[in-house]
Every structure is written in C-alpha cells, then in structure tokens.
Design a protein around this ligand. Structure first.
Ligand code: ADP
Ligand code: TRP
Length: 332
C-alpha cells in the first residue's frame, strides 16, 4: 500500500520560535519516519506581507537550517522552497477560478491582515488560502501538520479540493490538519497576549536561535500572578501556557511537582520559571548551534535546496499533468 502523503510549510518571515516547533516541526520529525513527507519554505506566501526581499534569502536558508537542526532528515523527507516549484503557481491559477471573493474576505487571517496592513491589502493576501491549497494539492497530500491557527485554511483547502473534484472529476484526495495529540496546538506569547508569533512582541517569544541568557530573561519575565488561593482552581491561560512549555521540555517528575504545588496553592512561580528556563536552555542550545553550523555551510545549503527542488518538481509535474487532463487542457 502507498504511504499517505504529508505536506506542510513555514513562511520565512523571521526567526522560528517555540510555537512553530511545537505546532509544526515536532510533528514533521515524527511523521518523516512513517509517511511520504514534503516540507517547504513558503516564500511566495511571505511576499503577501513582507514585500521587501532584502532579508528573504537569509531567512529561507535559516528556515531550512532550523528544520534540519530540529531533526528533519532531508534525505528521508523532501525539503524544498516553494518558488522552486512553478507547478504550484499554475495549480493556484486554476483553483482561483473556484474560490469566491465573499468567502476569501471572510477568512479570519485575511481580516487580521487588513487590520494590520491597511495600506497593502493586495490580491495575494486575499487569495492566500488558495495558494496554500495549491501547495497541498500539488503533492496530493492528505495530512497537514499545522498549529491551531491554520485550522480554517485547512477547511478551505478541503472545500476547494471538493469543488475541483465535483467540477472536473475525482482528482484530489481531501487533506486535513494533523497533530499527534487529539488537538491542534497553540503556544501563547509569554506576555499572555495572543499566540507566539514571528513578528509580534519579540521579548515574549522564544526563538530557536535565542542565546541562553535571552531564554532565561524572557522566561523569568513571563506573565504570572500571585497564585491560586483555593485548591484545584482552574488555571488562567497564561499559566496553562507555562505548564504546556514545562511539559514539552521538562521531566514528568518536574511537571507533577509543580502541578501538585499549584493544586495545593503553594506554587512558587519564581522557582517554576527557573526550572523551566534551565530545561528550555538545554532544549534550545543544541538546535541553535546545529542550525548556525549548517547555515555557515553555503555549499551544503545549496545542495540541500537543489535536491529538494528536483524531488518536489518531479512529483508536482505528475499532478499537474493529471490536473490538465481533468480540465481538458491537452491540445497536442
Ligand atoms: P508565524 O505565525 O509565527 O509567522 P507561520 O505562519 O510561518 O508562523 O507558521 C508555521 C507553522 O507554525 C504553522 O503550522 C503554524 O500553525 C505553526 N505555528 C505558528 N505559531 C504557532 C503557535 N503560537 N502555536 C502553535 N503553532 C504555531
Ligand atoms: N499558511 C501557513 C502559515 O501561515 C504556511 C503555509 C503555506 C502552509 N502553505 C502551506 C502550511 C501548506 C501547511 C500547508 O503557517
């Protein structure tokens, strides 16, 4: 039996952070052992919000290096850059004919971006979910490991795939968002304001490239409060977030100790943050060092990107042929 196809992408709009790691990368590393995997750097998507390309090349290299430093094996999975695969743009064109202005305008991420950059509400931004659908369908992927913020885009991808199948005949399997746990993950910013993200409050975001002292400082400043006063109180979301991080990088004994302290109203957040900071430093340091070493090796980086482009193009061309046949665009 053929393995299921997995696909996911990360935009090269800044340094990767723990949200990216736990929402996406951690799943990639596990999935590459089981499935036929495609992971890519979504540099076309980044042009919708970051038209200035001065730092784009460095960012693309860094995302590739950070993926590998986290454990992605570019020989097992296909690791490529979106703009190296022109077939995606052609499929995007066809899918645009079945995406309606009304539904695109209603997308949460579009509405957010309109608020954030009212001076640049471009058509690429409006059709962002269509391009994302093309990324997925060009490899006929069914599993898409992403964080919770991408849930709506995945629903839209399923709708567009269904519409294509309905109009031109069964062509695409339907993709869905994937996480190994039951729920998609959302890591909050350390200041408790919204999700951790590449471009928002950098002092409340833990980057995979952060130096040890920066990690300690950021964690020690993370939002807490004076602690619960009644046993077994429900945690506020910024405290849950610290526990989530603790679960991700510390031992179960450590997590249990602080859980018990919390439930007994004797928790000392200062101690918990100190422990979290040390465990986080131990987690991030090897990733940061490996990524820096890879990035410095330009020859190797180019080889990796070229290999990925070849593998991704080969598969994408196959799908494009099927798509053209389905639509009836074959004249000779
Ligand atoms: P960002 O939002 O930081 O710019 P991307 O949009 O490039 O990052 O997202 C890349 C992947 O990381 C996506 O799968 C996204 O769902 C996931 N992701 C981003 N931020 C978080 C977060 N705070 N918690 C969980 N997953 C996240
Ligand atoms: N939109 C995704 C994000 O902001 C990135 C992305 C682009 C993506 N194309 C994709 C994710 C295809 C999964 C599949 O995080």
């Amino acid at each position: 039996m053929n393995k299921q196809v997995v696909l996911s992408g990360i935009r090269p709009t800044g340094f990767l952070h723990l949200g990216n790691y736990f929402g996406a990368l951690r799943n990639y590393i596990k999935m590459q052992e089981e499935f036929d995997c495609y992971f890519f750097v979504a540099n076309w998507h980044s042009l919708t919000t970051h038209p200035d390309t001065k730092e784009l090349k460095q960012s693309v290299y860094r995302v590739i290096a950070e993926n590998i430093a986290c454990g992605l094996d570019y020989k097992k999975a296909t690791l490529f850059v979106q703009s190296d695969v022109p077939a995606i743009a052609e499929l995007y064109l066809y899918l645009n004919m079945m995406a309606y202005k009304g539904e695109l305008e209603k997308t949460t991420t579009f509405k957010d971006k309109v608020r954030q950059q009212p001076e640049n509400v471009n058509a690429g931004l409006l059709t962002y979910p269509v391009l994302q659908t093309a990324d997925i369908l060009i490899h006929r992927a069914t599993l898409v490991p992403v964080g919770k913020d991408q849930e709506q885009h995945l629903e839209m991808a399923r709708n567009f795939a269904e519409r294509f199948n309905y109009r031109y005949g069964e062509t695409f399997p339907l993709p869905k968002a994937f996480n190994y746990g039951n729920e998609l993950i959302k890591i909050l910013s350390l200041d408790g304001n919204g999700k951790m993200s590449k471009s928002e409050n950098q002092l409340a975001t833990l980057y995979l490239a952060d130096e040890d002292d920066a990690i300690r400082k950021k964690i020690m400043r993370a939002k807490t409060d004076s602690g619960p006063t009644e046993p077994n109180t429900q945690k506020p979301d910024y405290i849950t977030n610290l526990f989530t991080l603790l679960q991700l990088v510390s031992t179960t004994d450590t997590v249990e100790k602080f859980e018990t302290d919390y439930n007994n109203c004797v928790i000392r957040y200062g101690d918990m943050k100190k422990q979290l900071a040390e465990d986080m430093v131990a987690f991030i340091t090897p990733i940061r060092e490996k990524a820096a070493e890879l990035q410095a090796n330009e020859t190797l980086m180019k080889e990796i990107i070229q290999l990925g482009a070849e593998k991704a193009n080969k598969n994408a061309q196959k799908t494009l042929q099927i798509v053209r046949d389905a639509i009836g665009l074959n004249y000779f």
